[in-house]
Design a protein around this ligand. Structure first.
Ligand SMILES: NC(=O)c1ccc[n+]([C@@H]2O[C@H](COP(=O)([O-])OP(=O)(O)OC[C@H]3O[C@@H](n4cnc5c(N)ncnc54)[C@H](OP(=O)(O)O)[C@@H]3O)[C@@H](O)[C@H]2O)c1
Length: 217
């Protein structure tokens, strides 16, 4: 991981959240949100910096996958994922790529694999997380994006979390069996800054919440 620049750990303040229901952040939420929303607008001359954001959907018991697939069907979250990742570089592990089965349209799909023979049309293959982040940075600069997305799975989340500035988490409001888990979100390191609860819509098998965490340490 040598060579990673802590300056890239910058929260993407351009994302604005509408809090419908403050989940765990209670009375702190308004103040924290006001602070978060101020940032980008009040510093129009701030240098253009790139942040790494981890995007994941997590069940109540920490599960994110089973048998190399998502263990639920929450269509609203797939739409949310698309909206958050469009026009950005997206880093995923080889197993997650195989579970998706194709490049993500409208995004640069960067797949991490140690297998030098692994290749597929429409993706960039990186031999390490460092190499993936370097490729993502170049791609983001070309696109004018200020965010690099890391979208799983468990192995890749665990390795990328120390370099992330923000976590965009969908809390799937049910417990499920599974074999892939998201790393612990340590409250000494991450502060929940926004939470938006949703009842299940059509084709959602559970309620869910969009929760944002910002690095504080
Ligand atoms: N709920 C969610 O939001 C979400 C999101 C994404 C994925 N998932 C789930 O997560 C599960 C997959 O996670 P996973 O942990 O099994 O696999 P993964 O993280 O997707 O991929 C692991 C693979 O990535 C490559 N890799 C990992 N670290 C590397 C490194 N430092 N350098 C080079 N290559 C590296 C290796 O590929 P090689 O073996 O080719 O070397 C490794 O086998 C699935 O169930 C999937 O559905 C859930």
């Amino acid at each position: 991981m040598a060579g990673l620049d802590p300056a890239i750990h910058v929260f993407d303040l351009r994302l604005q959240f509408q809090v419908v229901y403050a989940c765990d952040i209670g009375e702190r939420s308004d103040a924290v949100l006001r602070t978060a929303k101020r940032g980008h607008d009040e510093q129009p001359n701030a240098p253009f910096m790139m942040g790494i954001v981890l995007i994941a959907a997590i069940a109540e018991n920490g599960v994110i996958g089973r048998g190399n697939a998502l263990p639920w069907r929450v269509r609203s979250d797939l739409k949310h994922f698309r909206a958050l990742t469009l026009d950005k570089p997206v880093i995923i592990g080889r197993k997650t790529y195989l579970s998706i089965g194709k490049p993500l349209p409208g995004r640069t799909t960067i797949v991490v694999s140690r297998n030098p023979n692994f290749a597929a049309a429409g993706i960039v293959v990186a031999p390490s997380l460092d190499a993936a982040l370097a490729a993502a940075r170049g791609d983001a600069l070309r696109r004018g994006a200020n965010t690099i997305v890391v979208a799983g799975g468990a192995e890749i989340y665990a390795q990328a979390m120390p370099f992330a500035a923000r976590l965009a988490i969908t809390r799937v409001r049910k417990k499920v069996d599974g074999d892939a888990h998201f790393p612990l979100i340590d409250p000494k390191i991450w502060r929940e800054t926004a939470c938006e609860e949703h009842a299940p819509a059509a084709e959602d098998e559970a309620a869910f919440a969009f929760v944002n965490y910002e690095r504080i340490n």
